[in-house]
Design a protein. Structure first.
Ligand SMILES: [Zn+2]
Ligand SMILES: [Zn+2]
Length: 554
């Protein structure tokens, strides 16, 4: 399990303790431990293996024991005991904006409220304002929150559900000894996903229900429908496991991978229903088509391209030769240059750009020219220790409001690679923002524009540009635009990346890793690039080291 997952489980436990009215110090201790684990520079499993968990400030012996249990079994029995005592529906109340576990706990203990319906009824009847400390404004906020929740069905980040879906599929496959595949929008690598769809090659739902109920990350198995067994995961994600006889496995996998528009168009070709087939290849073949990669199945011209033999050879994870935007402890990263270089080498990369923030980004320990030069000495030393990978001197240079850069030209000239990014002033008018971006792109030292819009998925809209002008400027100046792989960023998104490629712009797919674990995010960015129909030669960091160095010299 990753640090993030262990921390999430501890946090969930802290929420339930608080709901139950447990001693606030104990609640706080679990939250603090989760925070500490989130910021560790190494896997918590490694610390546990060498029995040094309690050496970490914020992790006492009780919490260390809980972490060991989570790592060994994937579950926390104390959490499960609490889940048994409290109604499951309480967790959904935590989704209400502005309502924390403390309030949820009081509502439950003092008014017996356990569901959204209970809560709405109590708020409408004015019973919540009668609780000490909760006035009419809280009541109003609750009613607004309920309306909000009903309006939007919950969506998750791809980066949160894909690893979970793969674990569930792997565990089911092992228990049932049959093939189980991840389907749905997760397989198509959409940036946000609503649920987890799995297809299992079993005919019998009863054995599936039993196996599913045994999985540690499944909270509840629900009444099966004729097509699938629904369940809910411990983080509240809906899971559907479709049963498919082996001779229909390919057909069901295709159908449940979607998109429904793609499947519908295939159905029309087939004159109604999809032909039964054991593999997807066979199903497409029966329709006179080559296999179409899931990321393309969005009814955006892929059927026509497949029919005419024009499907692109898509970029894949194996094509990626290095990472050109990463951070270390020199700014806000959590791994040293050495730790990052070793992790990158172990992924098989040929090069790694160390691109810590410049001083202009107030929040991080940004680098001024002096510290940057100091960093170059450390890069040189690490380069001697890790000769298999070329470490590039880089910097994520802050773009000022007027489009100028935060470091002087003579310093930029000493860098191998300049990554420019906008973290502030994202709300300028479209006209001003476009001017600003075009100026950055034309700066002679700039090579890559990082996370071009600055959006955070479902949290912050990005900057608004006249994209035609931005793409034209990037193509003319020969600069690369980034697909940032951070699960909350995925910026450029698939549609903008496709437009960029059509305009002849080169892309760079970068993890923006702040710790060695984050290199794993590369697959999400590659997924977005594939959804944009990107071929390897359209992506800067598929180049060999020699070709990259030549490109940087251009
Ligand atoms: Zn950034
Ligand atoms: Zn960054």
């Amino acid at each position: 399990m990753t640090n993030r997952e262990v921390a999430a489980l501890l946090r969930h436990y802290a929420d339930l303790l608080e709901i139950q009215g447990e001693n606030p110090f104990r609640v706080q201790a679990y939250r603090r431990a989760a925070e500490v684990i989130d910021h560790l520079t190494m896997p918590v499993a490694a610390l546990s293996a060498e029995k040094s968990l309690t050496a970490v400030p914020g992790i006492g012996s009780g919490i260390a024991a809980a972490i060991v249990e989570i790592l060994e079994t994937g579950r926390l029995s104390a959490l499960e005991a609490l889940q048994g005592e409290l109604p499951r529906t309480l967790v959904t109340l935590l989704d209400l904006p502005g309502i924390g576990p403390k309030t949820v706990g009081r509502l439950y203990r003092e008014l017996g409220i356990a569901t959204l319906a209970d809560l709405e009824e109590a708020a409408l009847a004015g019973r919540i304002r009668q609780l000490k400390g909760l006035g009419p404004r809280v009541e109003q906020r609750i009613l607004e929150g309920i309306r909000f929740l009903r309006g939007v069905s919950r969506r998750f980040l791809l980066g949160d559900l894909l690893p979970l879906a793969e674990r569930l599929a792997g565990q089911l496959a092992q228990q049932l000894d049959v093939e189980v595949a991840v389907a749905g929008s997760i397989r198509r690598m959409r940036e946000t996903v609503g649920n987890i769809n799995l297809v299992a090659a079993v005919g019998n739902q009863a054995t599936l229900v039993e196996a599913l109920a045994r999985l540690p990350e499944i909270a509840e198995v629900q009444e099966p429908t004729p097509a699938f067994v629904p369940a809910v995961s411990t983080i509240g994600a809906e899971v559907r496991v479709v049963t498919a006889a082996p001779e229909r496995f390919g057909t069901e996998l295709l159908r449940w991978t979607g998109s429904w528009q793609h499947v519908e168009a295939l159905g029309e070709l087939a004159g109604g229903t999809l032909p039964p087939a054991a593999t997807e290849q066979a199903c497409y073949q029966a329709l006179g088509l080559p296999w179409i990669p899931p990321e393309l199945r969005e009814a955006r011209g892929e059927l026509e391209a497949a029919r005419d033999g024009r499907l692109p050879q898509l970029v894949s994870l194996q094509d990626i030769q290095g990472d050109l935007h990463t951070h270390t402890t020199w700014s806000d990263g959590r791994g040293s240059i050495l730790a990052m270089a070793i992790a990158a080498r172990d992924r098989g990369y040929r090069y790694l750009a160390v691109s810590d923030h410049s001083a202009g980004l107030g929040v991080a320990r940004g680098l001024d020219p002096d510290r940057l030069r100091e960093q170059w000495r450390e890069i040189e030393a690490v380069q001697a220790q890790v000769p298999e990978i070329r470490i590039l001197r880089s910097c994520e240079v802050e773009v000022r409001r007027d489009g100028s850069l935060d470091l002087p030209d003579e310093v930029l000239a000493g860098l191998d690679l300049v990554v420019a990014s906008l973290h502030a002033g994202l709300r300028l008018s479209k006209e001003e923002q476009t001017e600003r971006m075009v100026r950055v792109i034309r700066h002679p030292h700039v090579d890559i524009i990082a996370h071009p819009t600055g959006r955070l998925i479902d949290r912050r809209p990005g900057a608004d540009y006249d994209w035609e002008r931005v793409f034209a400027a990037a193509r003319e100046a020969g600069k690369a635009l980034e697909i940032n792989c951070g699960p909350e960023r995925l910026d450029l998104n698939d549609e903008l990346a496709r437009q960029a490629l059509e305009a002849g712009v080169l892309l760079a797919i970068n993890s923006d890793a702040h710790a060695p674990d984050d290199f794993a995010w590369m697959r999400y960015g590659v997924g977005i690039a594939r959804r944009a129909w990107a071929r390897p030669e359209q992506v800067l960091n598929t180049m060999s080291l020699g070709a990259l160095l030549a490109w940087l010299e251009r």
